[in-house]
Ligand binder design. Structure first.
Ligand SMILES: NC(=O)c1ccc[n+]([C@@H]2O[C@H](COP(=O)([O-])OP(=O)(O)OC[C@H]3O[C@@H](n4cnc5c(N)ncnc54)[C@H](O)[C@@H]3O)[C@@H](O)[C@H]2O)c1
Length: 327
């Protein structure tokens, strides 16, 4: 009988029986064997993978334990010298992210749909004696994405970190005449663009000592507001993309994480009056206020530290407690 046909308790018992298991190590081996793989393939995989060696060969496992008990690995908390590409970096969270990374000694590729905006942000960073250069990049344009990513890597001599941040506000009713257009635009900029940028960056990330991808989604991926269905769908897609790529790229040592900002004071929320912002924030967030773009940028920085090497596939709200609050 296939494992899926069994209930959870019977499956656990069957797995334990198959192992004759008296300890966790045997149980894990048996679970992999019983649920996922025919026996021969299973043994072949175990002997060819390091983790397998530690499972079948207690000596390998024990020597690893000894190492981790007696030694303390040193991890850097510096991004100095790393090369960072930020999309949508002319304003809001993208600009804050570019500035925060540059202040920490990273070399920043400031990219945006707005050529003037990107140049202004790069210029203000360079004026402080830090490293940045501007590129005009519409993330919805596949040819632009490939050309600009290659040019950035050629200019700085590689690429370590990608921050997929560019976004637009999309407010449309499901029965609006312009719905199809709003859907296509919203998904092109806030979902389809992300794998395009990542695919273009991948050859460089694979050569990096600290390869990191951070995708900026939204709390609209976790809950929803009426009249924002293309936006919510795009952001929920980014959450799924993040998890899937974290699994797919994990063996390359590339971490992929996602931030879900809550209400943040940027160009995107500028049309909301201060009064309405205050009412919303008091009602909805635990901290009772809108966030500043730098508060998101610092979480992005944290996810990109060399020391953040075991954090991947995480979906992190930076929302002043909006998702935590019930009433
Ligand atoms: N502000 C918020 O409250 C909030 C909340 C949750 C999520 N977000 C998300 O955070 C990200 C940053 O938003 P923000 O609030 O800083 O907005 P913003 O409007 O201040 O900045 C967005 C930037 O993206 C750029 N951009 C737009 N379309 C582009 C394209 N096709 N190609 C390249 N660049 C493009 C804009 O020129 C702008 O500089 C977005 O993905 C947004 O959806 C914002």
């Amino acid at each position: 009988m296939h494992a899926r046909a069994l209930g959870p308790e019977r499956l656990r018992d069957a797995v334990a029986d198959a192992a004759g298991a008296t300890n966790d190590k045997n149980l894990l081996c048996a679970e992999i064997q019983f649920v996922h793989l025919p026996a021969i393939l299973f043994l072949h995989c175990l002997t060819s993978l390091e983790i397998g060696a530690s499972l079948v060969n207690p000596a390998v496992h024990d020597s690893f334990s000894e190492y981790s008990m007696s030694d303390s690995r040193q991890f850097s908390r510096s991004v100095a010298g790393l090369i960072v590409l930020v999309t949508g970096a002319a304003g809001g969270m993208g600009r804050a992210t570019a500035r925060v990374f540059a202040a920490e000694g990273a070399k920043v590729a400031v990219t945006d749909f707005s050529a003037e905006g990107a140049q202004a942000v790069a210029a203000e960073i360079v004026a402080k004696g830090e490293a940045a250069k501007a590129w005009t990049l519409d993330v919805a344009n596949r040819d632009d994405v490939n050309a600009v990513v290659n040019d950035i890597a050629a200019h700085f001599g590689g690429l370590d970190i990608v921050v997929n941040n560019a976004g637009i506000s999309v407010r449309v009713a499901i029965d609006d005449d312009g719905y199809d257009e709003a859907w296509a635009k919203g998904l092109a900029v806030m979902l389809t663009a992300h794998p395009r940028v990542i695919r273009a960056a991948l050859p460089y990330l694979r050569k990096s000592k600290c390869p990191r991808i951070v995708n900026i989604a939204s709390t609209e991926a976790l809950g929803a507001t009426a009249l924002h269905s293309p936006y919510s769908a795009a952001k929920a897609g980014v959450v799924g993309l993040t998890r899937s790529l974290a699994v797919e790229l994990g063996r390359d040592g590339i971490t992929v994480n996602c931030i879900c900002p809550g209400p943040i004071s940027t160009g995107m929320t500028a049309r909301i009056s201060d009064e309405h912002k205050a009412i919303y924030a008091r009602r909805r967030t635990a901290l009772g206020r809108y966030g500043d773009p730098e508060e998101v940028a610092h979480m992005t920085l944290s996810l990109c530290l060399p020391a953040a090497s075991f954090l991947t596939g995480a979906i992190i709200p930076v929302d002043g407690g909006l998702m935590a609050r019930n009433a």
